[in-house]
Design a protein around this ligand. Sequence first.
Ligand SMILES: *Cc1c(COP(=O)(O)O)cnc(C)c1O
Length: 378
Amino acid sequence: MRKTRTKNHPPRMISPVNLSVQHRPLKGALLRKIGGVIDTGRFILGPETQALEREVARRSGARFALGVNSGTDALVLALRALNIGPGDEVIVPDYSFIATASAVMLAGAKPVLADVEPETLCLDPRQAEKCLTKRTRAIIPVHLYGQPADMTRLRKLARSTRIPLIEDNAQALGATWQGRPGGALGDLGCLSFFPTKNLGGLGDGGMVLTNSARLAARVERLRQHGENPKYYHHELGLNSRLDEIQAAALRVKLKWLSRWNSRRRSIAGQYNRAFQDLPLTLPQVRPGATHVYHQYTLRLANREALQRHLREHGIATAIHYPLPMHAQPMLAPLAPKSRRFPISTRAAREALCLPVAPELTDAQTRYIIQAVRAWFRA
Ligand SMILES: *Cc1c(COP(=O)(O)O)cnc(C)c1O
């Protein structure tokens, strides 16, 4: 039921992502590449994966890139490569997708939750510092929604404490910090190619980036049953490799990433200009950073009402994330009762993500703007 009639009324629901529209112009190229993989008969860690690793490494300014099964596995492998396991603590932001914390637990270590910055909702370096103990073995900043965390402060903290930094760059491939791409700013960087990420495959996939030959060799061994050479197993590893069909598809899509990220930025810019005068918190970009808007996240007290209004006007929105980590049933036992997380707690109540995927048309963007503004006028 649509109450308000607006111009450019789209016939169907506008969803946060529409992968069939995204893939329409690529379908021929994707099918050709997949056919090529079928013809070679090599499906795991073959030439497509190697080429993708080279291409992503070059774009990220990393010396090494290793294709793995998922972003979650990329984090687990990065932690394992640093010998992190039982008895160790790893600092993670209290506001992120669960995988940032579950990867720490899958590696056998304990995630220590730190609150986020009010402006960007990325890990607050001051809060991270307060969480340091003798057991801290790594810090995992998340480049949330597509913008790098405060890598200036975090790198300084890491240097002064000699604690490694693992970037969770699952949402921010293509974003930069002081002109340098995220993912190679710490000791290891982790990417996800989950289909809805800025660069998504046709299934699961991920990658570990590093400038360290030693860590790269370790990840390479760990992703393949701790094996080197074949059938000689040095340590307990995983079966976590990128497959050739995903790598081939990702190579086709990688060529579009810059254009898609520009498009996301352009849509976000239109939203920013149109919503400037409204009583809500718009996404803020840290000086010196570029944002690739994996999500365009508004914050407002009565988001459910706006969400309902938009749904009634054919616009689906998303809430990333409805719970801070410390309130997740899975993590609650780990969060010390004495620690407060005012910023992430509030963000979880207020965040509302508007569609910002590159396949959104100008007409749809204008329509969303009108619908948001109409709600505030009512
Ligand atoms: C998507 C995501 C992951 C996990 O990636 P998968 O490929 O889904 O395993 C990790 N961290 C963040 C912040 C993510 O958004």
